[in-house]
Design a protein around this ligand. Structure first.
Ligand code: GCU
Length: 389
């Protein structure tokens, strides 16, 4: 820390963070070898990956980053309101689903908005958005329309589209995040250094919506694409890594502790994310503030946990905070695990230019011109990507 920063901390009482946005100042780093087990074995095939290394990497992320992911509950109930199929001028059927999950006498409710193409003759694939913005973005009445969840566009493309709001699981607030799933169902998690926090709770919610999809005959539950933007994109990665029922993952501008490599220390860093959002990741993750190189994982290994399923990652050109180059490099560094399944990522060697999407590939990637956001441009590419699978 330099003397000016120290002086400012003493003066204001607040830590002062500086961000690097200069590629020349990215430190030299070595990524942990995704194919090398902690006991030093080199993984050479998918079977060994699944048996030895994958569980190990998943546990490292639980213990050091996102916290444990409890999977047990006593029962789950679905309350469905289905309309008469007159939505979007007859193009879609709206279902609103209240999912109630019970454990040890307590419960939480997750509210899902789901539009299904009215013309569908067989179960359809669905995009599930983990909504971290205002609920008006997923307005079931369609009075308000938003590029963040362009339901009409998705329906016109023949896919179903669904969303739930993160606040149903854990308020996105450092003082109240524990009042949802954590206090109600899994209070033991709050006592652990590797306990789940808000992002874990949101990902847990995505899996409960997946439980519902498996019961809905209009949905092809083998083709559920989990989508998230920014903090939601960190969550969609963690959800897809944990729950292999998700067929594919879209992580939009997810940046630090999402799809971008931590060791590059470019844009947002671990110390900063932990200070601003202490309620997102496990307590253990705080040990890596300003110590990226001590982490036993980096974010390429999170992407690798999704193998062999397709992943689409995005950035925006003005969103250096989320490190576009670091996101591309994380995808590249996950390739060896996909190669164990004989899958080539299809990515070029170097990051493509702005607005030059790579879609015809197993890893999708684009860097959209503009700001940190999720727009029609992004969704248009997700649809084109999803069509191939
Ligand atoms: C902040 C945070 C990011 C996060 C973003 C968002 O900028 O630092 O890590 O991705 O909010 O969720 O929009």
């Amino acid at each position: 820390m330099n003397r000016i920063a120290l002086f400012l901390i003493l003066l204001t009482g607040y830590p002062v963070f500086s961000q690097n946005y200069d590629e020349a100042k990215v430190p030299h780093y070595t990524l942990p070898d995704v194919l090398k087990t902690t006991s030093g074995k080199i993984i050479r095939n998918d079977e060994k990956w699944e048996k030895l290394r994958r569980p190990e990497v998943l546990k490292l992320f639980e213990d050091h980053v996102y916290g444990q992911m409890p999977t047990d509950y006593d029962s789950i109930r679905y309350a469905l309101t289905e309309d008469d199929g007159a939505d979007m001028a007859g193009k879609a059927i709206l279902k609103q689903v209240g999912i109630t999950v019970f454990r040890k006498g307590n419960s939480v409710q997750i509210n899902v908005v789901l539009f299904i193409p009215a013309q569908a003759k067989k179960p359809v694939p669905v995009f599930l958005l983990i909504n971290n913005r205002g609920k008006e973005n997923t307005d079931p009445t369609r009075t308000k329309k938003s590029e963040f969840w362009p339901a009409e566009m998705v329906i016109d493309s023949g896919f179903a589209i669904a969303a739930f709001h993160v606040s149903d699981l854990a308020p996105d607030n450092k003082d109240t995040y524990m009042t949802g799933v954590l206090q109600k169902l899994y209070s033991e998690q709050l006592k652990k250094e590797n306990g789940m926090k808000a992002i874990g709770a949101w990902a847990w919610g995505a899996s409960r919506v997946m439980d519902y999809f498996e019961t809905d005959k209009d949905i092809d539950a083998k083709k559920v694409i989990v989508v998230g933007h920014s903090r939601g994109g960190k969550t969609s990665l963690w959800a897809a890594a944990q729950d292999r029922r998700f067929a594919a993952c879209v992580t939009n501008c997810s940046g630090n502790t999402g799809a971008a490599l931590a060791r590059r220390q470019f844009g947002e860093r671990i110390s900063r994310i932990n200070a601003t959002f202490p309620h997102w990741f496990s307590n253990n993750y705080k040990k890596y503030n300003d110590k990226e190189n001590a982490l036993p994982v980096d974010q390429h290994m999170l992407i690798a946990l999704i193998a062999p399923r397709p992943v689409y990652a995005t950035n925006a050109s003005k969103d250096l905070w989320a490190d576009p180059r670091g996101t591309f490099l994380a995808l590249k560094a996950a390739e060896p695990v996909y190669e164990l399944y004989k899958i080539q990522s299809g990515l070029p060697k170097d990051p493509p230019g702005i607005d030059k999407p790579v879609i015809d590939s197993h890893f999708g990637y684009h860097n959209r011109e503009g700001e940190h956001n999720m727009t029609d441009y992004d969704w248009g590419n997700f649809i084109r990507f999803a069509r191939k699978f």
